[in-house]
Design a protein. Structure first.
Length: 46
């Protein structure tokens, strides 16, 4: 899934960040504490 709109200069970066967030959510699902999502997102981004 792509979230890129060439009209916006930072769209490519924003799309990557949103994609990583969605990947973390797909793996963890609902109901975890926010700190768990934060740490997981950092590990996906690195």
């Amino acid at each position: 899934m792509t979230f890129i709109n060439p009209q916006y200069p930072k769209s490519k970066l924003t799309g990557k960040i949103i994609g990583c967030g969605m990947e973390v959510h797909d793996i963890l699902g609902n109901g975890s504490q926010e700190v768990i999502y934060q740490r997981s997102l950092v590990s996906v981004l690195l």
